[in-house]
Design a protein around this ligand. Structure first.
Ligand code: HEM
Length: 123
């Protein structure tokens, strides 16, 4: 018998779980020499974190609205490299593991993040 399908939002622990995962993601970025300076230079990191929570909630099937800018507009002109992109994805995967997210769900998130590469790298 197939398990009852559960949305990605629910498997990530809804808004509460996603908020914790995003806090760990930001912590990982600040400890990652490949991308640290990018975030340190942001004028308002608390706003970026808040928007990231909204983005992950909305993008995983939650009821929250994303109030930030689209991915291309956000990252335009930053000249983000493939290496930086991989570093950010690695930080996200590590944050999922820290929060005991199961392997199948980790893979679902990985696929979504990877699909956003053309909207982030060298745009
Ligand atoms: C799939 C990967 C990524 C996703 C889903 C993502 C998502 C986001 C979101 C939702 C925001 C907030 C936008 C807003 O405030 O309107 C943001 C901001 C930002 N992102 Fe990304 N991002 C990704 C990859 C990257 C990479 C690889 C870098 C470079 C290391 C990067 C650097 C930044 C910076 C510096 C900001 C803050 C800009 C500011 O201060 O306004 N992002 N990102």
């Amino acid at each position: 018998m197939n398990p009852i399908p559960t949305s990605l939002y629910e498997r990530l622990g809804r808004r509460e779980g996603i908020t914790r995962i995003t806090a760990d993601l930001m912590k990982n970025h600040m400890a990652n020499p490949t991308v640290k300076a990018r975030y340190e230079n942001s004028a308002d990191l608390a706003r970026v974190e808040r928007r990231a929570v909204e983005f992950f909630c909305a993008g995983s099937g939650g009821p929250e609205a994303y109030t930030g800018q689209d991915m291309v507009t956000t990252h335009k002109g930053m000249n983000i490299s493939e290496q930086e992109f991989v570093a950010v994805v690695d930080d996200a995967m590590a944050a999922l593991k820290t929060n005991d997210i199961d392997a199948a769900t980790q893979n679902d998130v990985l696929a979504i993040l990877w699909s956003l590469k053309p909207e982030v790298v060298r745009v």
